[in-house]
Design a protein around this ligand. Sequence first.
Ligand SMILES: [Zn+2]
Length: 114
Amino acid sequence: MASGNAIRGVRVGSGPIRADERCEPVASRRIAYWCARGHRIEPLFAADAPAPSEWECPRCGQPAGRDEKHPPGAPRSEPYKSHLAYVKERRTEAEGAAILDEALRRLRQRRGEE
Ligand SMILES: [Zn+2]
């Protein structure tokens, strides 16, 4: 076949195609961090540089870690303190006092029943 002969003579390229690594732009990667306030940030790092274990949150200045469930700065061994801290962040002093008052009343009621 004539067409087969025409195609056979064509060579694309002159050897294996190989990307020159030195010409590639600096590779980068995004690493996700979470701070104790729940902000998620994704700073950009060079791909060959080791990512730090902590990064400062640009939104609140708190240290942010790579574990979403356990951000740095969040008290882990004191759940009551942590809960109160969260309540204080969301509520005013008066609201907090009312909640505490109600909680104490319930506690006293429960103790009275026992
Ligand atoms: Zn933050």
